[in-house]
Design a protein around this ligand. Structure first.
Ligand code: VG1
Ligand code: CO
Length: 543
């Protein structure tokens, strides 16, 4: 086996977005694209020699080939050990856990998460650090700099490694350890939640439907829910991961998980429904006829986490991304714990979790998690809900009604305009920036602007500063609209409009969200002129 040093040159556009580098699969398969990026990561972390890495992905199209390339490159760069799941499969939270458990120096996670997979769809690569969390902006900046100056990469001239058997093997000086993708993660869940009480719930006839959306969570959900907790076989549906996710969009929200929504609002709805995304870090929670927004889910978990054994001591603090609703802030205030507001993306939670400032984090985009790993964790959130349901004996609908009666309800919706022309989307954002100073005091659709700014964040732990994280406009009466452009898309721009309104009147807690938010929606259109800028009459997706 020979180490080859192959000459290359920089490839444009290898800038990581909200969550790693995400591109069309064909771009990733283009000559030297993946190789350049992997070598740039290795260079940015000061080399791979003598280091231990975790490597795995969500099994989407090109996963298997990419794993082999990265193995050959890590071996050529003299890594000490690479730990991967069987067949190169690891969910994002399981990879984060493995990095922490094995005290690895970092991990390579192959996924475009909730984006569809396939030759004509999306692929991605994300580097996580030794704390198990996504690379910080300091590191992604260093990686980007390497992509711009790269001249060569190292590659072992060797055949593919057989990843089907759980065993140790070697490539050059590098030991390759192939572990069961599920068991360590499942064991971790067992330390956090009251498995006996949850098993009792299933024994009592409680019915659940977990839709794995043909993505990576299937084997994890089956092992935990059906095998360990005794939920009836068939509780997990669409549970076999497919390279193209069955042609679907593995994004757990009412639009893309419409099959599950249909069942949960139908005549024979089970007690509880849940879904997860392509790489297993997102979750959707739905009761019988009762969809729970991710922002509400975060608040409810904050209020009840002490019912789960792993959180019995209470939470040290909570954090949410800026566009996430303030529902969790109200719980934090009542419990007198700190509440942090961070930019979008899980990488901003890591430092707060490492410092012990928070033990629960969440995003409006269906991401919830805690200090048990450094990623959001779909199945974790589902188990937390099961633990809360089992401990309180209440249904999802009852839990939410009680929560709103106590804290008020933050009506919430996100409107996405996808694949908008990038120039037009930037014009819209620039138009908003220009208006910011003059907005306070003005009224739109009966709502008076109280504050308007562009969100910037200074990490209280690392002191790093991040700017241009979304335009936020606050109205009198606890209403708010946020505008930002997505950092995970692979085509044009996606405009996200986040709408929120607090309601504390007990007679008004049961409205459809779009009705409650009508004035905020109208004000958003008046201020940003979305139709004129995008040429769209309506959003593509409302969650
Ligand atoms: C989106 C979500 C964000 C999430 C990110 C990664 O980013 O809004 O909250 O952290 O996806 O999630 P953006 O920039 O498109 O709004 V995942 O499950 O795709 O890794
Ligand atoms: Co994901």
């Amino acid at each position: 086996m020979k180490i080859q040093h192959i000459t290359t040159q920089p490839i444009d556009g290898q800038k990581a977005g909200t969550s790693g580098l995400r591109r069309k699969t064909r771009d990733f398969m283009a000559p030297q694209f993946l190789e350049n990026y992997v070598q740039s990561i290795i260079n940015a972390i000061g080399g791979a020699a003598g280091k231990r890495f975790v490597l795995g992905g969500d099994g989407r199209f090109f996963n298997a080939e990419a794993i082999q390339i990265i193995l050959r490159m890590l071996a050529a760069n003299d890594a000490a050990q690479v730990i991967t799941g069987r067949n190169g499969i690891l969910s994002t939270p399981a990879a984060s856990h493995l990095i922490r458990q094995t005290q690895a120096d970092g991990g390579f996670i192959l996924s475009a998460s909730h984006n569809p997979g396939g030759l004509d769809e999306d692929f991605g690569l994300k580097f996580n650090m030794s704390n198990g969390g996504p690379a910080t902006e300091t590191l992604t900046d260093a990686i980007l700099a390497q992509t711009k100056s790269i001249t060569s990469y190292a590659m072992m001239d060797s055949p593919d490694i057989d990843l089907t058997a759980q065993a140790d093997t070697a490539l050059g000086n590098t030991q390759i350890r192939i572990v069961d993708s599920v068991s360590d993660y499942a064991a971790l869940m067992e330390t956090l939640f009251d498995f006996d009480t949850i098993a009792g719930l299933f024994q009592s006839g409680f019915r659940m439907r977990f839709d794995a959306m043909h993505a990576v969570t299937g084997p994890y959900a089956k092992a935990v829910l059906e095998t360990r907790l005794g939920a009836p076989e068939g509780t997990v549906v669409n549970g076999t991961p497919l390279p193209d996710f069955g042609g679907g969009h593995p994004d757990p929200n009412p639009i893309w998980a419409h099959e599950l929504m249909g069942v949960m609002t139908g005549p024979d709805a089970p007690d509880f429904g849940a879904a997860s995304d392509g790489d297993g870090d997102r979750n959707m929670i739905v009761g019988r006829g009762a969809y729970v927004t991710p922002s509400d889910s975060l608040a409810l978990i904050a209020a009840h986490a002490h019912l789960a054994p792993g959180y019995r001591e209470g939470l040290s603090g909570v954090a949410r991304s800026m566009p996430t609703s303030a529902a969790v802030d109200r719980v934090a205030a009542a419990k007198q714990i700190a509440c942090f507001e961070t930019p979008t993306g899980w990488k901003f939670f890591g430092a707060l979790l490492d410092a012990g400032k928070v033990s629960l984090c969440g995003e409006e985009s269906a991401g919830t998690g805690s200090g048990h790993v450094r990623e959001k964790d779909g199945l974790w959130a589902v188990l937390m809900w099961l633990n809360i349901i089992a401990a309180t004996g209440k249904s999802v609908a009852e839990l939410m009604a009680d929560h709103w009666a106590t804290y008020g309800r933050n009506y919430y919706s996100r409107h996405d305009y996808e694949a908008v022309d990038s120039g037009k989307a930037n014009d819209l954002m620039n138009g908003l920036r220009d208006q910011l100073a003059g907005l306070p005091g003005q009224s739109f659709a009966g709502l008076t602007v109280q504050m308007a700014d562009e969100f910037a964040y200074t990490c209280p732990v690392e002191n790093s500063h991040t700017t241009a994280q979304g335009i936020r406009i606050g109205f009198a009466g606890d209403a708010r609209v946020v505008f930002r452009l997505s950092g995970t898309g692979t085509q044009g721009a996606t405009l996200r409009v986040y709408l929120e309104l607090l309601e504390t009147d007990s007679a008004k807690l049961d409205m459809p969200a779009e009705t409650a938010l009508a004035a905020v929606i109208a004000a958003a259109e008046q201020i940003a002129e979305i139709k004129a800028h995008t040429g769209r009459d309506a959003p593509d997706v409302k969650t």
